[in-house]
Design a binder for this molecule. Sequence first.
Ligand code: GCO
Length: 442
Amino acid sequence: MLPHRSDFPSDFLFGAATSAYQIEGHAQGGAGRTHWDDFAATPGNVAGAENGSIACDHLNRMDEDLDLLKDAGFDVYRFSTSWARVLPEGRGTPNAQGLDFYDRLVDGLLERGIKPAATLYHWELPSPLSDLGGWRNRDIASWFADYTEVIMSRIGDRVWSAAPINEPWCVAWLSHFEGAHAPGLRDIRATARAMHHVLLAHGRATQVMRGLGMTNLGAVCNMELAAPAQETETARHAAQVQDAIYNRFFISGLTKGCYPDEVLDGLGAHLPDGWQDDFDTITQPIDWIGLNYYTRKLYDAAPAGAPWPATVEVEGPLPKTAMNWEIYPEGLSHFLTMIQRDYTGDLPIYVTENGMAGLSELTGDPLSDPDRIAYLAAHLEQVQNAVSQGVPVKGYFTWSLLDNYEWALGYAPRFGLIHVDWTSLNRYPKASFSAIKEALNS
Ligand code: GCO
């Protein structure tokens, strides 16, 4: 059972989240090639070399999907616009079909009484910009500002909220240090530059949107509790370094105009010259902060002699989702409290993503997914805890409306409230969809 809407403050918003490349069907509608298409075409990067060419075919099934959002009773829908759909070459001539699509999406939401919450970048960088160095190249901040101007000149007058970049940690660290996401680099200099430029691009895009007269602008960070694998000084230090990289670097840059020392120890020498001078741009005032939270990880010290960050991940003991992620709801209230206390004070906080992947879930009518319902209930309870402690949490978005393209893991992990049959592309609401509907409707 999920808590009911009436168990939350009366202005608390419930939403569902998706992203462009994961659902739209990128090969259609005149979109340009992205670095995810290139990454997926490189052997060994993505399960089954799957990509987002068709995905959920949301591009052609948008009305059906918006009807499902309305049927569930959601107040707000968090979607992303694809840079390469709007500007197939990353710069230059816009794709009229792409702009029309986002225009219809926003109007379709408003017609159904659902607030449109836009994200400008959820990871599909146009390949021509990747050729120029992508996030390593400082010019990306200007390219991104120009893209922001193009898309928001079209839909910015009607979106309820907007955030420039989804999950800076994934854009920069996961993709340039760990090599697990496009562009698949493992390079410390590229990482340092990407980590800084992603924030500079955030600041530039925010200035552009303010210039267009837009309001309710935010930033979305993902956080994962970093816990010591054992009670030793070295394990505690390893967890602290990972906590700084993952959970503090970006929010600290955005809200305080500085980076944690534990990160500068390793990346300081690789940051671009004059990085300190960019904080005026990076710390543009924002109206809310978004937290994406799924799990925790355990860390220990790497064997002696290992280079910075000198940490190893250790498998944890808790029950896991199909992503092999530990289920640790307490981490959610930990971060909500930490964000308010250490960074944003009275600023509204939204849980912009939370949810779990299962694998097949093909039995029952509706399709039975009790684990997801339990996961959502446990995390919503942590949101309630935070609210009752005075943390200004103003909304919660489930990841995700639909089963979709789970990046390097392809189509196997299923995060949706709605099952998507990958052959017919038909949609089948799961029991979690019904549970949300019951919780949201009076
Ligand atoms: C995320 C992403 C999603 C993922 C989800 C599950 O923001 O990490 O927004 O694209 O699919 O998090 O891994």
